[in-house]
Write a protein that binds this ligand. Structure first.
Ligand code: ADP
Length: 412
């Protein structure tokens, strides 16, 4: 920023043009004063220099001070202009202020007043200039930020697309050898059954089968996640009785592990329009998680409850509960959660299970609630909208009252 203040003095009175600068030099430090005896000359000067303040007489032959002020407003709107008026010429002073003058100075000129007014004008101009420079810097910064955001967004979109393609490629690639491995194992098992038991081979086969089913879950999760993220996921919805769906799934889940304790209230079916395979997939995920995170032998309870036009299927365990740092991100895949360590090992996964479950239920216009107390267990409740028959005029109020339709207790 310049240190010398530049002032332009315009007056047709040559004596004043000589006397006033002398008085100002004595009272203002670091000041340069240019003078003009006509408004036209002044305009040329103003075009060339960015003055800190302009002082002009109002009454001048040819273009007068008010006309000059108007031109200054167009050329240099940020330069304060002070107009000199005759003594008691209030009308002109008001006109000057209305025309945008910074101040007016009455004749005979009080030098102290001029100096004080000029000090203020110079300061105002410098502040305006600073504001303008900051504004320009901010605009430049905003533009460069905009460009950065655009570039990064493009990079992100590309990276995301590449990730989805990769995810789907990996899942398909993994599936082929896995299918052949699975067929081979089954073949070996059948062969073993024909030729008699052999503990080492049978144990090996069991191990292989466990690894295979774990791989299968991972691959299916990866495929589902890639379908969800690319919006290619298709639901096959149909009208289903949720009691029937739960009963069937729990029977399959407990097959070979002993029957589940069961309570079912008599009553009408609880119907929803869902993709039964996908809702079963969600339940299976909740059941496996409940098992995975409970000590062996601890019971798991599945409750089917209806309230109004919603049904909720809750899976409750009395296991370890969800760690406090995991709870806020429970429905996000691990790769999306900064700071959450991805563990490896038999008991851990990619954090995709609940993410997929959430997305599946969301696609059914439902949601999943979770409650958990570390050390005491967790409850995951899948809430789904009920099927409303459009041909039924009145829905039975008793049917809508909150009630528990069924409870299954699985004690593995
Ligand atoms: P993954 O597919 O890797 O098993 P999930 O999305 O199913 O992951 O679960 C994410 C995390 O949520 C688990 O690693 C675990 O920390 C926690 N979690 C899920 N269900 C339970 C539960 N019933 N009890 C305690 N923690 C749970």
């Amino acid at each position: 920023m310049k240190n010398i203040s530049q002032i332009l003095l315009v007056d047709d009175d040559v004596a004043l043009l000589q006397a006033l600068p002398k008085a100002l030099f004595l009272r203002i430090v670091e000041v340069q004063i240019d003078t003009c005896d006509s408004a036209l000359d002044a305009l040329e000067q103003i075009q060339e220099h960015d003055y800190d303040a302009i002082v002009s007489d109002i009454k001048m032959p040819g273009m007068d001070g008010l006309a000059l002020l108007e031109k200054i407003q167009e050329l240099r709107p940020e330069t304060p202009t002070l107009l000199i008026t005759g003594h008691g010429d209030h009308e002109l002073a008001i006109q000057a202020l209305r025309g945008g003058a910074y101040d007016f100075i009455q004749k005979p000129i009080d030098r102290d007043y001029v100096v004080a007014a000029l000090h203020r004008a110079i300061q105002t101009h410098q502040l305006r200039r600073q504001v303008r420079e900051h504004q320009r810097a901010l605009e430049l910064h905003a533009h460069s930020l905009e460009r950065v955001v655009q570039n990064r967004t493009q990079e992100l979109v590309q990276a995301n697309a590449a990730k989805d393609t990769f995810l789907s490629m990996v899942s398909h690639e993994l599936r082929t050898p896995l299918t052949s491995l699975k067929a081979r194992t089954q073949h070996l098992r059948r062969h073993r059954e024909r030729t008699g038991p052999d503990d080492v081979v049978s144990l090996g086969l069991e191990d292989m089968e466990r690894s295979i089913s774990r791989l299968e879950v991972l691959i299916n999760d990866l495929l589902d996640a890639s379908l969800i993220e690319t919006n290619m996921f298709v639901l096959h919805r149909k009208r289903c009785d949720l009691v029937e769906l739960c009963r069937h799934l729990i029977e399959e889940y407990t097959a070979g592990k002993g029957p589940a304790l069961r309570f079912e209230a008599p009553g009408e079916p609880i119907e929803a329009e869902v993709d039964p395979d996908r809702i079963s997939q969600v339940m299976l995920n909740l059941l496996t998680n409940a098992h995975k995170h409970s000590p062996q032998g601890y019971p798991i309870t599945v409750t089917l409850h209806q309230a109004g036009f919603e049904a909720s299927i809750s899976v409750r365990d009395v296991g370890v509960g969800i760690p406090a740092e995991v709870l806020p991100h429970i429905f996000e895949p691990y790769y999306r959660v900064p700071g959450v360590e991805v563990q490896t090992g038999a008991q851990t996964g990619l954090g995709l299970g609940l993410y997929i479950a959430w997305k599946l239920v969301e696609r059914h216009a439902g949601h999943i609630d979770v409650q958990s107390v570390p050390g005491e267990g967790s409850v995951f409740s899948m809430v789904l909208p009920l099927f409303i028959d459009p041909t039924t005029e009145n829905v039975d109020a008793a049917k809508l009252a909150p009630h528990t339709q069924a409870v299954w207790t699985i004690a593995p």
